[in-house]
Structure formats: structure tokens, C-alpha cells
Design a protein around this ligand. Structure first.
Ligand code: NAD
Ligand code: IPM
Ligand code: MN
Length: 362
């Protein structure tokens, strides 16, 4: 038995609503197994900002450093400029803890409402590996001649050899381990420095993995193909910004933003990794108790997997899938009438009965 210390940052908008359900599921896992979690809550976010003038405590990063993982809801809410709230909390954590791999599964689970006809898991089963530490999100730039006629802003992308190579290598390792193909998505025709370099590094690393089938698409064509022929994509590696955009598209393809999960990983494990749904704070539905908690619950399952409990992680995912197949307890975004906590309760019930059935069989 190991005790895992989890830093919980519920955050803004629907963040706290969905995180509560994820914790509920993890508490059930504790009850059913010998895994132990110690949750520590941090009240950081936009409300905290309005009170304290900052998004997290001054020594917030130091406080988080001692945890085994971070479980985060969402950050950002009207009233605080988005670039401030995100750069001082979410993006800061990703960078400070060198969480350079963002793993976002785009899988059409059974029971999920796919917008495409005759499409199932055979067609939509992708694993996005998004560069998560630099690229278009380097935060570098300048604002020149403010207010003048020649006012000009620069937003610089940074693609270091180290940063580019490590994410591509991680993706090749993942593809090799799972026996899948690897697709690189870039834009070397227009982005004549960054993406030319990306393509070059991809080709270099590819030569070390002759056993992994590869594809390479331009991002515009790739977004078309994801809809037209999603079966082309298995493991996908792409830059920070392209990965951000394409995984929201992918989420829609896999049934909705309400159950798309993500893991921000520091593979060396010298810093904590962070688990969060890929959706935001959804101000339009915040406070109504109707947010879909399945993305947050799936992220919790990714955390179990990260800690080495693959089977448990699989059970949580199966429970999510069963709740969708049943179709009786779903939130409005999936065409249901249930509340956020009713969906969480149902996942917990299914998980418990799956566990009881497995026990009875053994
Ligand atoms: P969003 O993901 O919050 O919402 C987009 C749409 O999807 C909305 O209509 C929303 O109601 C719906 N939606 C999202 N999650 C849902 C869920 N769990 N259940 C049901 N419906 C759901 O994106 P946005 O509106 O562009 O951004 C809102 C705020 O969140 C902004 O401040 C943005 O910067 C921030 N944001 C944060 C994160 C994060 O913390 N990881 C991610 C994306 C956006
Ligand atoms: C995401 C979000 C963030 C990103 C924003 C909120 C900075 O959209 O996690 O997908 O762009 O990475
Ligand atoms: Mn996003």
C-alpha cells in the first residue's frame, strides 16, 4: 500500500463541480482497494485573484512540489483577463514542473454520441501527444510602438532541439509500445523555421524507429482528415498550439468536450504531473450543477494509470463507458437530464458492482 498525496485545485466555473465527482470516484477506489489517497485542497483561481491579486500563493509552486500529483478542474473566468489567469496558474504549473507531455486520448467510447454516421471505436481511436512546454506557448514576444500607427506585436514560437526531440521520441516510444502508427502534424510549408525544424527532427528520430509506421500531415489537411477518415490516426504527435486546437476538434469527434480527458506528464517524475479535463470553466453553465463530470473522472483514471494501477484505471474507464451505454444517467450535453453529481454517483455504483462481480468470480 502506498499513500499518494494529491494536490487538488478545483479552480473556476465548473471546475469545482466536476472535480468533486472525480474525487468521489477516487474515494470509492480507496474503499474498494488498498490504494490510499491523501487529498489536499488549494483554493486558487480567479476568485482568489480578486481577493489577493494573484492566482496562487506566492510560494504556490513550492507548495505543490511535494505532491505525487495535481488534480485540476479548470482555470479562467470572466472578470479576470484570460492571459493573466492562465499564465499565472495552469500554464505556470505545466512549465515549472516541466510537464512537457500532454496526453489526450480521443477515443469514441461505447455509448458516446458521435456526430459522424456509422462511426465507432474502430474508426476513432487516437492518442494525441501534444508538446506542452514551449513552441507557440513560449510566452515570448514584444509589444512595440504602443498606440502608434506602426504598432506591432510579436509572438515568438520557440522550438528547441531538446524540447522538440524529447516529445517526438516520447511519441515514438508510445507508438512502439502499443504497436501503433505515429502521425506527425505540422505546417512546414508556411512556418518556414519552426515547422521545417519540427519535420526535420521527426525524420531524424523516425530513422531510429524503423519498426514504427509513420505519417506526416499539414495541420490544415489533418483537421479535414480527422473528420473524413479518422481511422488514419493512431498515435499523433504535434506542437503545443496545434495540439490544443486539434484535441477540441477530436473531443467533438469522440462525442463531446464533456468527457475528453488529459494528462500533463513529467516523464522523468522529478516533478509532479497534473491531471485535468481538456475543457475549460464553461462560464455559460457554471453553478447550474449540469456540467458533465466524465472528463474529470476519466482524468482521474489517467492518474491511476500513471501510478501504475492500469487495471483500476481500466475499470474506471469501463464504468464511464457503461454509464454512457445505459444512457439513463447523463448530463444535458449528452442529451440527458441528470445532474453532475448524479452522474458521479452512477459511475461509483457501476464501479462498485463491477468490483463485486469480479470478486464473486475469483
Ligand atoms: P470551455 O471548454 O469552458 O467551454 C466550451 C463549451 O463547451 C461551452 O459551451 C461549455 O458549456 C461546454 N462545456 C465545456 N465543458 C463541459 C462539460 N464538462 N460539460 C458540459 N459542457 C461543457 O471553453 P471556453 O468557453 O472557450 O473557455 C472558458 C474559460 O475556460 C476561459 O477562461 C478559458 O481560458 C478557460 N479554459 C481553461 C482550460 C483549463 O483550465 N484547462 C481549458 C480551456 C479553457
Ligand atoms: C487547454 C486549454 C489551455 C491551453 C488554455 C486554457 C491556456 O485550452 O488545456 O486545452 O491552451 O493549453
Ligand atoms: Mn484547449
Amino acid at each position: 500500500t502506498k499513500l499518494y498525496k494529491i494536490a487538488v485545485i478545483p479552480g473556476d466555473g465548473i471546475g469545482p463541480e466536476v472535480i468533486q465527482e472525480g474525487v468521489k470516484v477516487l474515494e470509492k477506489v480507496v474503499e474498494l482497494t488498498n490504494v490510499r489517497f491523501d487529498f489536499h485542497y488549494f483554493p486558487w483561481g480567479c476568485e482568489y485573484y480578486l481577493q489577493h491579486g494573484r492566482m496562487m500563493a506566492e510560494d504556490g509552486i513550492e507548495q505543490l512540489r511535494q505532491f505525487d500529483a495535481i488534480y485540476l478542474g479548470a482555470v479562467g473566468f470572466p472578470g479576470v483577463p484570460d492571459h493573466i489567469s492562465l499564465w499565472d496558474l495552469l500554464l505556470k504549473i505545466r512549465k515549472e514542473f516541466d510537464q512537457y507531455v500532454n496526453i489526450r486520448p480521443i477515443t469514441l467510447l461505447d455509448g458516446a454520441p458521435c456526430p459522424l454516421k456509422n462511426t465507432g471505436k474502430e474508426q476513432v481511436d487516437m492518442l494525441f501527444i501534444r508538446e506542452n512546454s514551449e513552441g507557440e506557448y513560449a510566452g515570448a514576444g514584444d509589444w512595440l510602438f504602443k498606440g502608434k500607427d506602426n504598432e506591432t506585436v510579436l509572438q515568438t514560437s520557440v522550438f528547441s532541439r531538446k524540447g522538440t526531440e524529447r516529445i517526438i521520441r516520447y511519441a515514438f516510444e508510445t507508438a512502439r509500445k502499443t504497436g501503433k502508427s505515429l502521425t506527425s502534424i505540422s505546417k512546414g510549408n508556411a512556418l518556414n523555421y519552426s515547422m521545417v525544424f519540427w519535420d526535420q527532427v521527426f525524420a531524424e528520430v523516425a530513422s531510429e524507429y524503423p519498426d514504427v509506421p509513420t505519417h506526416s500531415y499539414l495541420v490544415d489537411a489533418a483537421s479535414m482528415l480527422m473528420i473524413k477518415q479518422p481511422e488514419r490516426f493512431q498515435v499523433v504527435v504535434t506542437s503545443n498550439l496545434f495540439g490544443d486546437i486539434l484535441t477540441d476538434l477530436g473531443a467533438a469527434l469522440a462525442g463531446g468536450l464533456g468527457f475528453a480527458a488529459g494528462a500533463n506528464i513529467n516523464p522523468e517524475r522529478t516533478h509532479p504531473s497534473m491531471f485535468e479535463p481538456i475543457h475549460g470553466s464553461a462560464p455559460d453553465i457554471a453553478g447550474k450543477g449540469i456540467a458533465n463530470p466524465l472528463a474529470a473522472i476519466w482524468s482521474a483514471s489517467q492518474m491511476l494509470e500513471f501510478f501504475g494501477y492500469e487495471e483500476l484505471a481500466g475499470s474506471v474507464l469501463k464504468a464511464i463507458e457503461q454509464v454512457m451505454v445505459e444512457g439513463a444517467v447523463l448530463t444535458p450535453d449528452m442529451g440527458g437530464k441528470a445532474s453532475t453529481s448524479e452522474v458521479g454517483d452512477r459511475v461509483v455504483e457501476v464501479l462498485a458492482s463491477m468490483h463485486a462481480a469480479a470478486k464473486a468470480q475469483a
